[in-house]
Design a protein around this ligand. Structure first.
Ligand code: MF3
Ligand code: CO
Ligand code: CO
Length: 272
């Protein structure tokens, strides 16, 4: 991407990031995932943008809400969030007034007080995104990202989902390159300044296999173990990496909890 394209990409990504902070303020036991959907829909449309999931390949809602053993692409419904649940909210903005770029980012939130298992898988997923981002610089390989993520996840006794990967993003929602969250260092395409893609590791407490449900969207862990995910849209710069969906505020119900483990990269606001 050229500098002027990147500037417009930043605008879409900033809106998506701000939306997640706002979502954090409404997360509590007793709300439905439909309520999150309505909130995200209004947040984005109030800013003259479009919630990219809505009608994307037939997806019926404006955001993905993936609870507990749901790996990704959970469909908002009248399901009531319970104390102890974890829920990933995956926001994707499309900003026509700013060149029609997509911004794609997600966070896993704690609903009330989590179990030790929920904390473990969620904090591992958070750190997996961080170590993935830390690999990004010109000359590094796509495989370096997945290798770093897989090493950490498996060291923590978790597994990395194989069936869904990160992706190039820009004026297209999902484009090249594919960004696996597993693999071998020193393999794959070389990163070059101007490349924009997502890193969005889905980390399971049990085995990595997934199972697509009959609605053709909802993806569950095959063994019904807990799953957590975090996603950022990143830009390869001459210096290294710019996290386009970084936030300048702490995300309530995810980052502000006493049990959240923020790695060295998370401490500066630029990497949150
Ligand atoms: N936001 C998801 C991603 O990170 C894609 C969701 S597609 C949808 O790539 F249709 F389920 F919304
Ligand atoms: Co994505
Ligand atoms: Co996403």
């Amino acid at each position: 991407m050229t500098p002027s394209m990147i500037e417009r990409m930043r605008e879409s990504c900033r809106m998506a990031a701000e939306c997640l902070v706002a979502v954090g303020r409404i997360i509590e036991p007793g709300i439905t995932t439909n309520h999150i959907n309505e909130f995200v829909h209004r947040f984005i449309t109030d800013r003259s943008a479009y919630p990219a999931p809505l009608n994307y390949k037939g997806f019926p809602k404006s955001v993905c809400t993936s609870v507990n053993e749901c790996v990704c692409h959970g469909i908002p419904s009248d399901r009531v969030l319970q104390d102890g649940d974890i829920v990933n909210v995956d926001v994707t903005t499309l900003y026509p007034a700013k060149g029609g770029y997509y911004g794609d980012t997600s966070v896993t939130f704690y609903v009330g007080t989590p179990s030790p298992e929920a904390i473990h898988v969620t904090e591992t997923a958070r750190r997996c995104l961080e170590v993935g981002i830390a690999q990004v610089r010109p000359g590094a390989r796509i495989g370096d990202i997945g290798a770093a993520i897989q090493e950490l996840a498996e060291k923590e006794g978790c597994s990395v989902v194989r069936d869904y990967v990160g992706h190039g993003v820009g004026r297209v929602f999902h484009t090249d390159p594919q960004v696996p969250h597993f693999g071998r260092a020193g393999t794959g395409k070389r990163l070059k300044p101007g490349m924009v893609f997502t890193i969005e590791p889905m980390i399971n407490l049990g085995r990595y296999e997934t199972e697509l449900q009959d609605d053709d969207w909802t993806v569950l862990t095959a063994d019904r173990s807990l799953s957590a995910q975090f996603e950022h849209t990143v830009l390869v710069t001459h210096e290294g990496v710019e996290v386009l969906t970084r936030r300048d505020e702490i995300v309530p119900r995810s980052e502000d909890v006493p049990w959240a483990k923020l790695g060295p990269l998370s401490t500066p606001a630029a990497f949150r």
